[in-house]
Design a protein around this ligand. Structure first.
Ligand SMILES: [Zn+2]
Length: 128
């Protein structure tokens, strides 16, 4: 069972076996120091897309508020989790305000907002 995937990085979504991360203090792929997800805890939940949108927008909002006092990259973490969920339903409306702004910018490229919709440069690298 050494090849069985055990954990997933919340930032880059890479999955690892126990052996691959045995001695690691950060993600071997992206360097994220946050706690990875235990794949045994993956669940299927019945939820309405609107309810999920509300949860993601509020989480995104809170992450934006604490970004300067947290060393856990809250905006990046929320953005990466929401994007991983969004990829399961790519034709649904965006789950985050940042995603909604991105959609508006496709229609109106010159529009400007005062919303910090870029968690940081790493997010695009792993979730583009
Ligand atoms: Zn990673």
């Amino acid at each position: 069972m050494l090849n069985k995937k055990y954990a997933r990085c919340l930032i880059c979504n890479q999955e690892f076996t126990k052996e691959e991360i045995k001695e690691c203090i950060s993600c071997p792929k992206c360097g994220n120091k946050g706690l990875p997800s235990n794949l045994k805890e993956d669940v299927i939940v019945k939820i309405n897309w609107h309810e999920l949108h509300i949860l993601c927008v509020w989480a995104e909002n809170w992450a934006r508020q604490i970004k300067d006092i947290s060393d856990t990259q809250p905006q990046l973490t929320i953005s990466c989790i929401a994007k991983r969920i969004q990829k399961q339903y790519p034709n649904k409306t965006p789950l985050t305000l940042a995603g909604e702004i991105e959609e508006v910018k496709k229609e109106f490229p010159t529009i400007e907002t005062n919303i910090d919709d870029k968690p940081n440069k790493i997010a695009g690298e792993f979730n583009a």
